[in-house]
Write a protein that binds this ligand. Structure first.
Ligand code: ADP
Length: 346
């Protein structure tokens, strides 16, 4: 008499795994498999445990042909979608054969793949638009506008603006990739956050004046030092101020404040809070959760016109995450927007 398949070995498999006997009953399942499908716990026919035709066919084929089978199993838990690569191996069980079914969660790999594809498609699209414009103008300059100095001057101005846009995009892409590269390395040197804000304010005063906007800053009396990367924090402040100036519209009042707090949700220990508030047009609630995604813009046309790349807030979020801080956005249409950055003091 041949030995039966030892159900207890299922627990040793570091994947969700179950054993289906020759009568197509789920004779055993490990805890990981029960977590995906609680019905696998009972000794039930496979058809009552999984309502997934692809999975049932693969197991039945494995039992009948005694050969290995592969399939894909989709599973959802609330809004979360999972994809598993499933392998069914034919294993000896007493005098007959059963199927050892293992599930490998590939949801994250698939998501990353999709993100990478989307990212490349977005970058190509963003670069192609100004490039097409530049190529078009070159053709015009070589042909119809060859002897028209006024048109030449106008086209060269547009070409220069388009080339600057490509330059900004490449600059932002490099910043983003640099931030992502060091995202696991927490900054160790101490930086003067108040000094950084003051420098950013000084740099952006001309831009604010051009937009007839005002920048006001309320700071604590004593200088505060926090562990940080000065260049990156400068970029956070600059991006937030630039956005407030760009999207606030003319005559916006932009209020910046730096305060201290003993505790904040999601940040360990005492922290500093940088707040950038404007009384511009505000942002509709439906956009807020997506604003820090790469290339997400509310109005692409407007953003491009303003010289935006759609990467500013994605860079801000990555830098704050690297500093183990927290970033939040609140806004009310018609009233303005508020961007809050919490950074730990140690
Ligand atoms: P962009 O390069 O387009 O400025 P960001 O990532 O910095 O990209 O911002 C994403 C989008 O968020 C912008 O396109 C804009 O629509 C919106 N936004 C950002 N800051 C503000 C603000 N202060 N007021 C209104 N809308 C804003």
């Amino acid at each position: 008499m041949n030995a039966r398949f030892d159900i207890s070995t299922l627990e040793a498999i570091p994947l969700p795994a179950l054993f289906v006997d020759a009568d197509a009953r789920v004779a055993g399942a490990n805890e990981r498999a029960i977590a995906i499908q609680p019905r696998a716990r009972q000794d039930l026919p496979l058809v009552l445990v999984f309502r997934h035709p692809g999975l049932r066919t693969a197991v039945e084929n494995c039992l009948q042909s005694k050969t290995s089978q592969q399939t894909v199993y989709h599973h959802s838990e609330g809004p979360q979608e999972y994809r598993f690569d499933v392998s069914c191996a034919s294993v000896k069980d007493g005098d007959g054969y059963g199927a050892l079914v293992c599930f490998r969660d590939v949801s994250e790999v698939q998501q990353l793949d999709q993100m990478r594809r989307d990212f490349i498609a977005n970058v190509s699209h963003e670069l192609r638009t100004p490039l097409t414009a530049i190529l078009g103008f070159i053709e015009t300059l070589q042909g119809p506008a060859r002897d028209d100095p006024a048109a030449q001057a106008r086209f060269l101005n547009i070409m220069s603006a388009e080339a600057s846009r490509m330059n900004r995009l490449v600059g932002d892409l490099l910043s983003l990739s640099k931030v992502v590269e060091v995202s696991r390395m927490r900054p160790t040197s101490m930086v003067d956050i108040d000094g950084i804000i003051r420098t950013a304010l000084r740099n952006l005063t001309p831009l604010a004046e051009d937009a007839s906007s005002t920048l006001s800053y309320e700071a604590p009396t004593a200088g505060i030092e926090i562990p940080g990367d000065a260049d990156q924090l400068m970029q956070v402040v600059t991006n937030l101020l630039e956005n407030a100036i760009k999207y606030g519209g003319a005559n916006t009042e932009i209020q910046i404040s730096l305060t201290e707090t003993d505790r904040d949700r999601g940040v360990r220990g005492p922290a500093v809070v940088l707040n950038v508030a404007d009384n511009g047009p505000g942002i509709d609630q439906i956009h807020i959760p997506r604003l820090t995604e790469r290339f997400y813009r509310i109005d692409s046309h407007r953003s491009r016109e303003m010289g935006g790349t759609g990467l500013g807030l994605a860079i801000v979020k990555h830098i704050i995450n690297r500093h183990r801080g927290r970033f939040s956005i609140s806004s009310e249409l018609g009233k303005g927007s508020e961007f809050r950055v919490v950074l730990p003091k140690s």
